[in-house]
Design a protein around this ligand. Structure first.
Ligand code: SF4
Length: 119
């Protein structure tokens, strides 16, 4: 995997689940068995297949990337592999500096990346 949101390379989708089936449950529709939250209520089963949520997930996967929805699905083995690979690629020096300051640099980085502006 590469890039900010993971990549399988070779132009293949990282995962084909959202093109093959989806899950219609009482609590809502899931794009796959690892989805963390419903993308639509159960009553929208007929339109959810081509709805914006599933189209966005497919768009990312077709570009060999993980969508924000997928990245939030912690139980997905593909997402777990992506996070594991990112952890392995981290610079040992940055990890040492982060540990030295009790994880504060990493937390500050995540806040800034998420759009937190203290001023
Ligand atoms: S969460 Fe995982 S299994 Fe589900 S669509 Fe995304 S990559 Fe595929």
């Amino acid at each position: 995997m590469k890039g900010a949101a993971g990549s399988a390379g070779a132009g293949r989708p990282l995962c084909r689940e959202p093109w093959q089936h989806y899950y219609i449950l009482r609590r809502g529709i899931l794009p796959c068995c690892h989805g963390y939250a419903p993308i639509a209520p159960m009553s929208e089963w007929a339109t959810a297949w081509n709805g914006p949520a599933l189209r966005e997930i497919r768009w990312y996967l077709a570009a060999s990337r993980l969508s924000p929805y997928c990245l939030a699905s912690d139980n997905c083995p593909i997402v777990q592999r992506y996070h594991e690979e990112r952890r392995r690629r981290r610079s040992p020096l940055l990890c040492a500096v982060n540990r030295l300051f009790g994880g504060l640099p990493a937390r500050a980085y995540r806040l800034l990346k998420a759009g937190f502006h203290p001023l």
